[in-house]
Design a protein around this ligand. Structure first.
Ligand SMILES: *[C@@H]1O[C@H](CO)[C@@H](O)[C@H](O)[C@H]1NC(C)=O
Ligand SMILES: *[C@@H]1O[C@H](CO)[C@@H](O)[C@H](O)[C@H]1NC(C)=O
Ligand SMILES: *[C@@H]1O[C@H](CO)[C@@H](O)[C@H](O)[C@H]1NC(C)=O
Ligand SMILES: *[C@@H]1O[C@H](CO)[C@@H](O)[C@H](O)[C@H]1NC(C)=O
Ligand SMILES: *[C@@H]1O[C@H](CO)[C@@H](O)[C@H](O)[C@H]1NC(C)=O
Ligand SMILES: *[C@@H]1O[C@H](CO)[C@@H](O)[C@H](O)[C@H]1NC(C)=O
Ligand SMILES: *[C@@H]1O[C@H](CO)[C@@H](O)[C@H](O)[C@H]1NC(C)=O
Ligand SMILES: *[C@@H]1O[C@H](CO)[C@@H](O)[C@H](O)[C@H]1NC(C)=O
Length: 366
């Protein structure tokens, strides 16, 4: 009997979904802040006169057939997350002609968490978010609805790598020196996240940084890649602690977060690419010299491009292929993967999955 009642409930839900057009309207929102891993093409609008490799061959060739400003042969992790919740592609905020109904992408290649470049750093991305909030306020009129959407939205954050890559680290830096560098970066990430909270954001998915000493760019250019590895490893260790601290403080009662262990999965793929469906984890698909660590898409340097891009973790010296980003997004989706904690991205998008799950169960019940 219980299962009959349940079936009827599912049936009514199903009918309701089909008959009520309002219900089929998307009510999901996604924002992203960060560096080149998440960038969807803001740079063209920031530097209209500059040569930007990400707008040239071979970027974009696998999925879009043309370069889009993404630092990949195809999609970024943000694109895959949006796809999975049936959202359209989240446009770069600097593109004033885009439609920001479901969110915006503020990320930009080279962006740091601590203040360095006032055009692209985390602080400036938050200024842009403030602008978008005003635009939403004007469109929606209703402040309750504005607050509801900001609260319902998921905020993807990828910062830190460029802070470390830009840093002039003394080659024999002590552990204490490295820790203080990491603390400045994390202190800024923490402060910016609190600002986002004050704007109305609640659900944060924060990824740590790649094992920087092992990426093709650093292996090719650094005299002491161990330093970069150490910084990234300290960052990965301390990031959950600073987020937990925000949650424990009484100032941010609705703060919610999860940490994606990007460091851990990238290291694992580099160490054993075959176990994750790749052939090469140590050398990029596109670039120059031993590791193809630099110059992908450049005009003034020669570079080569691999044949089968799905065999590679890295597309260029610092960014991933479409295939790798697909895998990363899958691992972010569900906390059962072991690489995201305490929640999976799907837990922050409860409504579409809930309906999906119910419909699947209804089908199973016949
Ligand atoms: C933006 O997209 C939304 C949702 O698809 C749509 O309702 C709205 O009309 C669009 N706005 C403009 C200006 O095209
Ligand atoms: C404002 O939005 C809320 C839903 O978030 C809705 O319940 C309320 O009726 C709206 N108010 C007006 C005046 O439209
Ligand atoms: C943020 O970074 C700046 C350097 O750009 C630094 O001076 C400041 O102390 C950092 N903030 C925190 C809270 O660590
Ligand atoms: C490289 O950095 C590590 C970590 O700080 C340090 O222990 C080591 O001495 C450095 N090696 C060289 C060759 O400078
Ligand atoms: C590779 O490209 C970089 C520019 O990104 C250049 O500085 C370097 O000299 C190039 N290396 C070789 C071996 O061509
Ligand atoms: C490219 O590599 C992938 C993964 O190794 C493989 O499944 C696929 O068949 C390859 N495609 C071609 C055209 O060789
Ligand atoms: C999308 O969702 C499905 C099931 O809901 C999941 O199996 C898959 O890993 C997700 N993919 C991505 C890229 O998030
Ligand atoms: C955080 O999100 C999870 C998953 O949606 C939810 O179960 C939990 O109650 C939320 N916690 C807070 C403090 O809002």
């Amino acid at each position: 009997m219980a299962s009959l009642a349940y079936s009827l409930f599912i049936l009514s839900l199903f009918t309701f979904t089909l008959l009520n057009p309002v219900c089929s309207e998307l009510d999901e929102y996604l924002f992203s802040f960060g560096d080149g891993l998440y960038d969807a093409g803001n740079a063209k609008f920031i530097y209209p006169d500059k040569y930007l490799p990400s707008y040239h061959h071979p970027y974009g060739t696998t999925f879009f057939d043309y370069p889009t400003g993404r630092f990949s042969d195809g999609r970024t992790v943000v694109d895959f997350v949006a796809e999975n919740v049936s959202l359209p592609r989240i446009p770069p905020f600097k593109n004033k002609e885009a439609n920001f109904t479901y969110g915006a992408n503020f990320a930009s290649e080279g962006a740091t968490a601590s203040d360095s470049n006032p055009l692209i750093d985390f602080r400036s991305q938050i200024r842009d978010f403030g602008e978008l909030k005003l635009e939403w306020a004007v469109q929606l009129v209703n402040v309750t609805e504005l607050a509801r959407r900001l609260k319902k939205a998921v905020y993807l954050i990828s910062f830190g790598a460029d802070d470390y890559l830009n840093y002039e680290i003394p080659s024999e830096a002590s552990r204490e020196q490295l820790e203080s560098i990491v603390d400045v970066v994390l202190g800024n990430i923490s402060d910016r996240i609190k600002e986002l909270y004050d704007f109305g954001a609640r659900k944060f998915v924060v990824e740590n940084v790649a094992p920087l000493g092992l990426i093709p760019f650093i292996k090719q250019t650094s005299d002491n890649s161990t330093l970069f590895y150490e910084l990234a490893s300290l960052h990965a260790m301390k990031l959950p602690q600073i987020l937990e601290k925000i949650q424990d403080g009484y100032l941010f009662p609705e703060f919610n977060y999860t940490v994606f262990n990007y460091f851990g999965i990238i290291k694992e793929i580099i160490d054993a690419p075959g176990e994750h469906g790749f052939k090469y984890g140590d050398i990029a698909c596109c670039g120059n010299s031993t590791y193809r660590g630099q110059a992908c898409g450049f005009l003034d340097y020669e570079f080569c491009v691999c044949g089968n891009k799905t065999e590679y973790l890295f597309f260029d010296g610092t960014h991933n292929t479409d295939a790798a980003n697909n895998l990363l997004a899958e691992l972010m989706w569900d906390k059962e993967s072991g690489f995201i904690s305490p929640y999976g991205v799907k837990d922050f998008f409860p409504s579409p999955t809930t309906i999906q799950t119910l419909l699947t169960e209804a089908t199973a019940l016949g």
